[in-house]
Design a protein around this ligand. Structure first.
Ligand SMILES: CCCCCCCCCCCCC/C=C/[C@@H](O)[C@H](CO)NC(=O)CCCCCCCCCCCCCCC
Ligand SMILES: Nc1ncnc2c1ncn2[C@@H]1O[C@H](COP(=O)(O)OP(=O)(O)OP(=O)(O)O)[C@@H](O)[C@H]1O
Ligand SMILES: [Ca+2]
Length: 582
């Protein structure tokens, strides 16, 4: 069927020339002298629904069934109220045709174009609502903001309001999932993590793969994941959509957007596995999470309170970190680029990760080849005392940190960024933390390192795990007051090569007496791992990044930073469309 169509249509008493070219639907107001006025251009992929008659969905759905009218719902953009991404809203236009035959032609052609140009639109979704996430508004958010949009788009949803933690994960691992196109969580990063574990586990079970084995190349998940944000941090939503907004996320789901995401598998010696996408953190972030669990009643504020408590306790931890660097020619965590919608680094990675696939965006073939074609490279080993060791597969931007833990990280390049913050004086660490809240470079500090990696191992020097407490007093007692030695070694063919020695800076020495007052108490010698908001029951770990293991109903961040006034906002719709044409 030829999808193109062109005719005059009316909106009220204004005449429009409407054109459907297959990829785009546009309507241009035409004045009495037949001159073109304003045009609205909508990619067909961003049409949310087409209905006969004059349809409203708010305050509730109503249809005035006139036989020459039809209504088109589409994605309309506005700047994200201070955040970097763009808010999406439901646009609506009601057209009148010269005849019923023409009306039927328009609705038929538009629906056929939708099918052809956005094949991943879901028809049936499995939705899990956490009634206790964030500010406990999950149910209300879903029923008032999301369900009417799904209904409009003809999506049928099976909704489960969870009654316990891990119910969503267990359901995905065990229950029949036939007929579902995607799984949606209404909640925060913890709920997303349940879906992640359930879907990855289920996919490996069905493929007959052992997910606990770090050497196994995991099979990508066939079902898409949608996130309706209703949590405390909502980092995965923020970092993949650019705003935390249930309507924007619902529209990404409706139009079947698809964003691949790297996932880090975290293995312990007894072969348990956990997955992380946003933050695998030891030291500060582990301690903040452990502290925050005691204050869940505070809601989202618990993290700020616990952050302050942990900061004031001034801890650092010994550790041995080994990492397998990614190819430095492909990208760098300090190259000042940002992974935005249509990111070229991620697109090139798709070709590298799935080399034999005819459709480079396809998930389902050649995934096993990614490790056989990759040469292993050389592991680098560092040992010393750290304020924190963090690994993230993406920028991990969130409201607290609008550019994130690693502003130049990529969502789907098959690598993670390892951030090592060596022990330093408290004011230095505060500077590091504070830089997360602005555009200042948190890596441009002498005690911070960042590496783009494919795999990481972490352990505590022997004896530490049993030793429960040690003296601190500003800095570790075992470290010479004047000089701290951190040893960087690179293992090359089994030989250890000494690389660097670090000296305590005069700035740090000066700050020590003042800050000792805050921290002269016993402190644990071992921290815990924060794995996307969950505490891991083990310290020694092996991690591997699995490129593009899952797909979200998202498209990455559309850059709205430049849009400051309303004129630019209107222009924004046009720019985004032009970008989508590139
Ligand atoms: C001076 C201001 C410093 C602000 C520093 C902000 C850095 C924030 C970086 C946030 C990165 C979030 C990564 C995402 C992690 C999620 O998978 C996980 C589950 O939702 N969330 C957390 O673990 C939740 C982690 C939340 C960590 C919050 C840390 C807050 C630190 C506050 C320090 C205050 C120092 C005050 C000194 C008196
Ligand atoms: N019915 C339930 N009762 C208790 N806990 C639940 C229930 N449903 C889900 N959970 C658990 O609650 C935890 C937190 O939920 P969620 O991630 O939705 O909110 P949050 O912690 O406030 O937000 P964030 O993870 O963004 O910081 C999740 O780890 C999930 O396993
Ligand atoms: Ca990545």
């Amino acid at each position: 069927m030829d999808l193109g169509l062109e005719s005059s249509l009316w909106v009220g008493n204004k005449r429009y020339r409407a054109v459907l070219t297959g990829w785009h639907f546009k309507w241009t107001e035409v004045d009495k002298k037949n001159r073109d006025k304003k045009t609205v251009l909508v990619p067909v992929a961003e049409v949310a629904g087409v209905e006969e008659g004059r349809v409203e969905i708010l305050p509730q759905k109503s249809v005035e069934d006139t036989d020459k009218d039809f209504t088109v719902f589409y994605v309309k953009r506005s700047s994200g109220g201070g955040s970097y991404g763009l808010l999406w809203r439901l646009g609506r236009i009601q057209f009148s045709c010269a005849s019923r035959v023409l009306r039927d032609q328009w609705t038929k052609h538009l629906r056929a174009a939708l099918k052809t140009h956005s094949p991943l639109r879901p028809h049936r979704l499995l939705v899990f609502i956490n009634p206790f996430g964030g500010k406990k508004k999950g149910r209300q958010i879903y029923h008032s903001l999301v369900a009417p949009l799904f209904e409009l788009a003809g999506i049928s949803s099976h909704v489960i309001v969870t009654e316990r933690a891990n119910q969503a994960r267990d359901h995905l691992l065990k229950k029949d999932l036939t007929g579902f196109d995607g799984v949606v969580c209404v909640g925060g990063d913890g709920m997303f993590s349940e879906l992640l574990h359930g879907l990855i586990g289920r996919t490996q079970q069905e493929a007959g793969l052992c997910e606990n084995d770090p050497a196994v190349a995991l099979q990508p998940c066939p079902l898409h994941i949608g996130i309706i944000p209703a949590g405390s941090t909502d980092c995965v939503c923020f970092a993949t959509v650019g705003v935390v907004d249930p309507v924007t996320s619902a529209l990404h789901i409706i139009i079947g957007d698809s964003q691949p995401l790297d996932v880090c598998s975290v293995h312990d010696v007894s072969a348990q596995v956990r997955y992380s996408v946003s933050l695998l953190g030891y030291g500060f972030y582990g301690d903040v999470l452990a502290e925050s669990e005691k204050h869940r009643w505070m809601g989202p504020l618990r993290y700020d309170y616990s952050g302050a408590v942990v900061y004031l306790s001034n801890r650092s931890y010994s550790g041995i970190v080994q990492y397998l660097p990614a190819d430095p020619l492909l990208s760098s965590p300090r190259d000042k680029t940002r992974c935005l919608a249509g990111c070229s680094v991620c697109s090139r990675s798709t070709e590298r990760l799935f080399p034999h696939s005819s459709d480079s965006g396809s998930l389902y073939s050649s995934h096993f080849s990614q490790f056989s074609t990759d040469s292993e490279g050389e592991w680098v080993s560092v040992e010393g005392r750290f304020r924190c060791v963090s690994l993230t597969c993406m920028s991990s931007s969130c409201a607290r940190s609008p550019l994130g833990l690693s502003p130049s990280a990529h969502l789907a390049d098959g690598t993670g960024d390892l951030i090592l913050v060596w022990d330093t004086h408290p004011l230095g660490f505060l500077k590091f933390l504070y830089r997360h809240t602005s555009t200042q470079d948190q890596f441009d500090l002498p005690f911070v390192e960042v590496h783009r990696v494919k795999a990481v191992r972490f352990s505590v020097p022997s004896g530490r795990e049993e030793q429960e407490y040690e003296e601190i007093g500003g800095f570790s007692s075992e470290i010479d007051e004047g000089q701290r030695e951190c040893v960087d070694t690179v293992s090359r063919n089994g030989s250890q090569q000494h690389l660097a020695q670090r000296a305590m800076t005069s700035e740090r020495k000066a700050a020590t007496p003042f800050l000792c007052g805050l921290c002269c108490k016993k402190s644990p010698s071992v921290s815990v791992w924060n794995c996307d908001g969950e505490i891991l029951p083990f310290t020694k770990i092996v991690c591997k990044i699995h490129g593009q293991l899952v797909r979200l109903y998202a498209r990455g961040i559309e850059d709205g930073a430049a849009i400051r006034n309303s004129e630019e906002r209107d222009e924004c719709q046009r720019i985004c469309i032009l970008n989508s044409l590139k």
